[in-house]
Design a protein around this ligand. Structure first.
Ligand code: ZN
Length: 417
């Protein structure tokens, strides 16, 4: 098969999508169901239609673009990623796996390949947690890891519900209709930038993901007592800000104490109210992210953090409310799918290595319902979630070729498998 990937066309499309942003370019901000997110979705749907794919969306806005195989009764092979972006992000996270998949499909079509199984591109809703504080909302619901009732209770910071947002975005149908049965797909492969430094440092083109670290998020709401910064003397205070500060340090202590170098913890949201220089903080909101490749060490760190928070708040006379927003298992990628991708890399003479993904992705959830893996490409300095996130056309193209060839092997007529 003669695969021609047009890396410049792909780059042009990545650049065009990056201009659809809530912020001043080159900053990319596309929060779920914002006007920029909706326009970005339209842009991708248009490209998919131009590539000859049949486009539909489910009740939470997951987009499916299908290249019908010669045997439509067979389960399809899926690929895809996301186009939503956190505030102040770059243009490659997620986008490479969406626009790269469209380019892979175009390259396959151009080569004369006709799939036996259908190929389906999925653009997942809200991989990023910005709107509702929960990441991978679309794939959580698709895989059934989250029950629809749980999603129905979601509200953003202003109290606006998921239902209000999705109806405003034109998503029709009940949340119950989103979940797909196990093995609805024959396989799922996600192309993505590494978001870490290993591939670039080793000068390797492709990382094949064997495992995705187990993520978890805690939300803590602290309520103390406010008051005048001059009038309330120190022994009388119940300062929610100080309790929050102590909890943040306890997070660091818990994750560095597990004995595993893979345990990481971050207090990424730290807000105090009323936020005035002459007022004692009466309320604090913390969101804490804890991850590990092992469930046991991750869970013990979580338990230690929660216990420390209870102690700290009791000592300071501050009320504490803890929500475990998500406590997810790690994903073990499918061994034979990983081997298929490795064989494709050898066939195409593209350097590769197997690796662990420490960031989580929609693949974490797709792995619960079908054989899954990820294809990583290098990004400059391992930098991501920043406007200077960068991968060159020369770094992206091998990823698209490996994805295209992998899709052809997984969907081709039986004789070619
Ligand atoms: Zn991503």
């Amino acid at each position: 098969m003669n695969l021609t990937v047009d890396k410049y066309r792909l780059q042009k499309e990545i650049d065009e999508l990056a201009l659809i942003t809530e912020a001043e370019p080159p900053i990319v901000t596309r929060v779920l169901f914002s006007e920029a997110d909706l326009r970005g979705r339209d842009f991708v749907k248009q490209l998919a239609r131009e590539a000859g794919l049949v486009v539909r969306a489910d009740a939470v806005g997951n987009i499916f673009a299908r290249w019908e195989g010669s045997d439509p009764k067979l389960s399809a092979v899926a690929t895809g990623s996301h186009i939503d972006a956190i505030p102040n992000a770059g243009k490659f996270d997620g986008v490479v796996g969406v626009l790269g998949a469209i380019e892979a499909i175009r390259a396959l079509k151009q080569s004369g390949f006709r799939p036996h199984r259908s190929v389906e591109l999925i653009v997942f809703t809200a991989e990023e947690p910005t709107r509702f504080g929960i990441g991978c909302l679309g794939s959580r619901l698709l895989s059934g890891v989250w029950a629809p009732q749980k999603a129905a209770g979601l509200r953003d910071r202003d109290g606006k519900s998921l239902d209000e947002w999705r109806q405003g975005a034109g998503c029709a149908g009940p949340l119950e209709s989103i979940c797909l049965p196990k093995n609805h797909y024959a396989a799922f492969v996600e192309l993505h930038i590494e978001q870490g430094p290993i591939l670039e440092r080793e000068n390797t083109n492709i990382g094949i993901v064997e495992k995705i670290a187990a993520p978890s998020t805690l939300r803590m709401q602290l309520t103390g007592a406010g008051g005048h910064a001059g009038a309330v003397l120190m022994p009388d205070r119940h300062d929610a800000g100080l309790a929050a500060a102590e909890i943040s340090l306890a997070v660091e202590q818990a994750v560095t104490g597990t004995g595993s170098p893979d345990t990481v913890g971050t207090t990424g949201v730290f807000r105090i109210e009323p936020g005035a220089v002459n007022s004692v903080p009466c309320r604090a909101l913390l969101e804490i992210d804890v991850r590990d490749t092992q469930v046991a060490t991750r869970d013990s760190a979580l338990a230690q953090i929660e216990a420390a928070a209870v102690d700290i708040c009791r000592r300071r006379g501050v009320a504490l409310e803890v929500d475990r927003l998500n406590v997810d298992p790690p994903a073990i990628c499918d061994g034979s799918l990983v081997e298929t991708v490795a064989a494709v890399c050898r066939l195409l003479e593209i350097s590769h290595r197997k690796m662990i993904s420490r960031a989580y992705h929609d693949t974490l959830f797709m792995a619960q319902i079908c054989p899954s893996t990820m294809i990583f490409i290098p990004c400059r300095g391992g930098i991501s979630h920043r406007p200077d996130e960068f991968a060159s056309p020369e770094q992206i193209a091998p990823g698209v070729r490996v994805l295209a060839q992998t899709l052809s092997q997984l969907t081709g007529p039986p004789a070619t498998i």
